[in-house]
Design a protein around this ligand. Sequence first.
Ligand SMILES: [Zn+2]
Length: 278
Amino acid sequence: MLHFLKPEAYAPWLAPYAYAIVILGFTFFLFRVFENWFAAHFDKPLFRHYFVFKKLSNSQLTILKNEFAFYGKLSEKHKKQFQHRVAQFISEKKFVGRSDLIITEQMKVLIAAVGCMLSFGRKNYSYSLIDFILIYPAEFFSTVNKNYHKGEFNPREKALVLSWKDFEQGFAISNDNLNVGIHEFMHAMQLEAKRSRDLDSIRFTKQFQNILKQLTRQEVKDQLDKTEYFRTYAFTNQYEFMAVLAEYFFESPEDFKHIFPKIYSYTKKLLNFNFANY
Ligand SMILES: [Zn+2]
């Protein structure tokens, strides 16, 4: 009986499918290897997008156009990508109002837009360490260090916490080097870089090391003392340094480039930021 079954069990008709699956899998693997090699070698992702299909509602798009200057500076292609990313962000994250604050469409769009601006040069833009955006009307009392805060990133709760008043000020005044939104999103991005091995995280770590190396150079130290360009809070620890650096990068790129050209160029590489004249 058994030998009759043998040819059936072998099922030769399956072979082409099996080969196809193996070849497909191998091609995909090779592509991934190449993609990682490219990112490491050229300090940028091979490409940032596969598909761009998500659209914002008309009212959301109006907010982006009227209240978020960065969007207006983008090319048509980048506008589509940006819109897709903002829509994706809004659908993935849960926005929660605190102290009786009612979440508005404007809050969602603008907070998502700041996060997407900071990560716009990356392939991975989704902030995997953030699930919740908690919004207080103004400064809030933080249980983490028993103090009043304008913003906070809480990885244990996977929450980005913001004072709406300070968030609005942060980007309404676009050249005072204070931007709590950018600051807190950078904390989330940096911690993700520490924990993950995706190509953007690897690029982040590499450029961050370059920045730290700069800080050990005597002429850079002298320049930091002489110019007092970065506010002293930056020197609290390496996380605060990077978060403050990001604020300066977006708010006063010309000064930053002029005073610390190397640190500026590593920050630009770290973010892969080649948009809107940065
Ligand atoms: Zn901070």
